[in-house]
Design a protein around this ligand. Structure first.
Ligand code: B1M
Length: 213
């Protein structure tokens, strides 16, 4: 039987093959995919975050834990994508802002948005305003989603929004998220919405998308 605290500990230790195996086992036992994600993977990563903050873990260990998290997510991905609409609900450009290399949360948002039927163009990490805008134009996207995990990179979201608003791209809705982001910050920088987690982000995309589906 799946033991979530043990799964969290295995992720913490960065044992990617074992985390993958435990994720498969949890699903084989019929556990809910969302529960496995939150209780098995995200909860483990939160402990990593706390210990990183208090210097009990260092960057190499966090990277190894992140790799284990991704191994588990690779098993959940097909299930998170299941049930996606056959026709696209719209195109979302997704990226992590300039100077920021964190991508786990962004990747989750992307998986869930695809599962909800959106076409997701993930432009990756460390993305400049020019790169976000070029992607919006190229893919004729209705939504631009930005992620930031650092207090030093979150102000760059406003740089992107300001640059976007200078273009004739006013119809594009901007959604922001990431651990240091809040509803208030999103409002201050002129974003159209804030997603506290990946599920909320997708609900927001559905609310914001200007084209009725
Ligand atoms: Co970094 N790191 N990190 N790190 N790291 C944090 C963010 C930190 C809070 C750790 C800590 O001190 N407790 C801290 C930031 C402190 C601050 O800014 N005040 C920090 C730091 C300091 C750093 C470095 C500067 C460390 C150093 O080098 N000295 C460095 C910076 C590198 C850079 O980006 N330039 C660094 C590096 C790294 C690693 C590379 C080792 C690794 C990233 C690996 C990767 O992403 N591929 C890493 C990790 C893993 C973390 C923690 C431990 C975990 C982040 C994570 O993946 N969480 C993190 C601590 C923490 O957040 N508690 C930390 C799991 C993920 C599912 O959650 O990303 O929050 P999250 O996403 C959520 C929501 O936020 C939301 O939905 C997701 C799912 O629910 N969401 C959105 C995210 N994006 C969204 C977009 C949306 C909507 C919702 O709309 C578009």
């Amino acid at each position: 039987m799946t033991d979530y605290p043990q799964m969290n500990q295995t992720l913490y230790e960065g044992r990617a093959p074992l985390v993958k195996e435990m994720t498969e086992k949890a699903l084989a036992e019929g556990l809910n995919v969302q529960e496995v994600l939150e209780e098995g993977l995200i909860a483990g990563m939160s402990v990593v975050g706390e210990d990183f903050k208090h210097n009990r873990l260092y960057v190499p260990q966090v990277l190894i834990a992140a790799r284990a998290m991704k191994a588990g997510m690779s098993i959940l991905k097909p299930l998170l994508l299941e049930g996606g609409a056959s026709s696209s609900s719209g195109t979302v450009i997704l990226g992590t802002v300039k100077g920021d290399l964190h991508d786990i949360g962004k990747n989750l948002v992307g998986m869930m948005a695809e599962g909800a039927g959106f076409t997701v163009v993930d432009i990756g990490v460390d993305q400049s305003a020019e790169q976000f805008i070029a992607a919006v134009r190229e893919h004729n996207a209705g939504i631009l989603g930005m992620s930031a995990l650092l207090t030093t990179t979150m102000p760059y979201m406003k740089v992107v929004i300001d640059a976007l608003r200078e273009e004739p791209l006013d119809h594009v809705k901007v959604c922001v998220g990431g651990a240091p982001i809040s509803e208030m910050f999103a409002e201050e920088i002129g974003a159209d919405g804030y997603g506290a987690d990946a599920s909320r982000a997708v609900e927001l995309f559905q609310e914001l998308y200007p084209i009725p589906v």
